[in-house]
Design a binder for this molecule. Structure first.
Ligand code: ADP
Ligand code: ASP
Ligand code: MG
Length: 409
């Protein structure tokens, strides 16, 4: 009978130092000795990726993205080798690989590459020899053998993509919290662990700031129906299952609250109020790969109107360059920015069939005197842009208003 294969991913804090690497090795060996084949994906040690980026920043404000990828990919190469050694110490065979060695082929968009294909043969061959295979997360290689990375949090994507390519039974994501919570437990201490959540809700939560899973990894998991178990690397308790339908959740209107603090608001003042203006602004931004999030066009006065939108801060310099040049060409006014904003969102499949959810959120914010600057909705989420200074308090208020807190024991 074929043995079942499990992909286990350990995040940066799970491998922050050699003691933790030894603990991870024990966990992997335990899974192996329970009769599973195991393929492990690891992130770089602790805050290594941030530290590498800081080194780059000390050299250049605008480093070539190809070189950033060369630099960042070194982080995961350290952790895979150390984990392989730790597993060998425990008496099991292990072998570590970089992304390119195991044929994780990506497109050429440095620092945010997409996985195109995985040639799983090498992994299968090593697993067949009884080895634990350890793969560097977050990295791949283009067809022309350039090293790429998959965007921050990209080890989640490596794990999910490998689980799909290897037809794994399960993809286990080990992290520093016990699963997916109704809100970031660091900000909302009485947030509740969800036993299950659907891909759709997790995708929204991840895209709206819940860092526990990388959004793109959930997109891939949903597409290929890869079951994910998010759990703690420090305890053996059950975590959160992410699957197609989380039945237990269907009666729940709101499943989670998220906060995103890395966006900035850009306003183009006095845009002439005639057809084609918005098209011109947003076409040029799109051509430069700038992802615009929320857009608000104010009521027009005397033939002109203000257009505001949000972008992630990383894209702010490029956005300003483009917005200023378009503004000049179309005869608009000044372009201003505001980095003091945050986006607070509620997510839940139940919102599809319940009314009054928006009113409840607005009322709760108004009771706290939190001003709403922008609003956007979809079937299963509602987001408000508010002042960053109030954001964490507002998050706790909304979490409470929707009754998401832990029940007292
Ligand atoms: P890893 O290094 O394991 O990939 P991350 O730091 O990327 O870990 O993700 C885990 C963190 O995500 C947690 O420490 C927690 O603060 C944060 N987080 C944000 N929102 C949530 C949520 N809804 N549920 C659980 N964790 C969350
Ligand atoms: N080390 C990478 C990062 O910090 C990838 C990951 O941890 O998933 O973003
Ligand atoms: Mg992560």
């Amino acid at each position: 009978m074929a043995r079942s294969l499990i992909v286990q991913k350990f995040g940066g804090s799970s491998v922050a130092n050699t003691e933790r690497i030894k603990q991870v090795a024990q966990r992997v060996v335990q899974t192996k000795r329970q009769g599973h084949d195991v393929v492990v994906v690891v992130s770089a040690l602790g805050d290594t990726t941030d530290e590498l980026l800081e080194l780059a920043r000390q050299i250049s404000q605008n480093p070539p993205e190809r070189e950033l990828d060369m630099l960042m990919a070194t982080g995961e190469q350290v952790s895979v080798a150390l984990l392989a050694m730790a597993i060998e110490e425990l008496g099991e065979d292990a072998i570590s690989f970089t992304g390119s060695q195991v044929g994780i082929i990506t497109d050429g968009r440095h620092t945010k590459a997409k996985v195109i294909d995985i040639n799983a043969k090498r992994i299968h061959d090593e697993v067949a020899k009884g080895r634990v295979v350890i793969v560097a997360g977050f990295q791949g290689m283009t067809m022309s053998q350039e090293i790429t990375t998959l965007g921050r949090g990209g080890s989640d994507l490596t794990a999910v993509a490998l689980a799909k390519a290897l037809s794994a039974e399960l993809c286990e994501i080990f992290t520093d919290v016990e699963g997916v919570f109704t809100a970031d437990p660091r900000i909302v201490p009485n947030a509740r662990k969800l036993s299950a959540i659907s891909y759709d809700e997790m995708l929204e939560m991840a895209s709206l700031g819940a860092q526990v899973m990388q959004a793109r990894s959930i997109f891939v998991a949903k597409r290929f129906n890869v079951p994910i178990h998010v759990r703690s690397s420090f305890s053996s308790r059950e975590g959160t299952m992410i699957t197609q339908a989380a039945k237990a959740m269907e009666d729940v209107v709101v499943s989670g609250v998220t906060l995103q603090k890395d966006e900035a608001k850009v306003t183009i003042q006095d845009v002439p109020d005639k057809p084609g203006m918005a098209a011109q602004i947003f076409r040029e931004l799109a051509e430069k790969d700038v992802n615009v999030d929320m857009i608000v066009q104010n009521v027009s006065r005397e033939g002109a109107t203000d257009v505001s939108f949000t972008v992630i801060k990383h894209d702010l310099p490029a956005t300003l360059r483009i917005a200023r040049s378009v503004a000049q060409r179309i005869g608009a006014g000044e372009v201003t920015t505001d980095e003091g904003i945050a986006k607070l969102s509620i997510v839940g499949i139940g919102m599809r069939s319940h009314s009054g959810v928006a009113a409840k959120m607005f009322e709760a914010l108004s009771r706290e005197r939190v001003n709403i600057e922008m609003i956007s909705t979809s079937e299963i989420k509602l987001s408000c842009v508010i002042r960053k200074a109030h954001a964490e308090r507002a998050m706790r208020v909304i979490h409470k208003a929707f009754g998401l807190s832990k029940r007292r024991a």
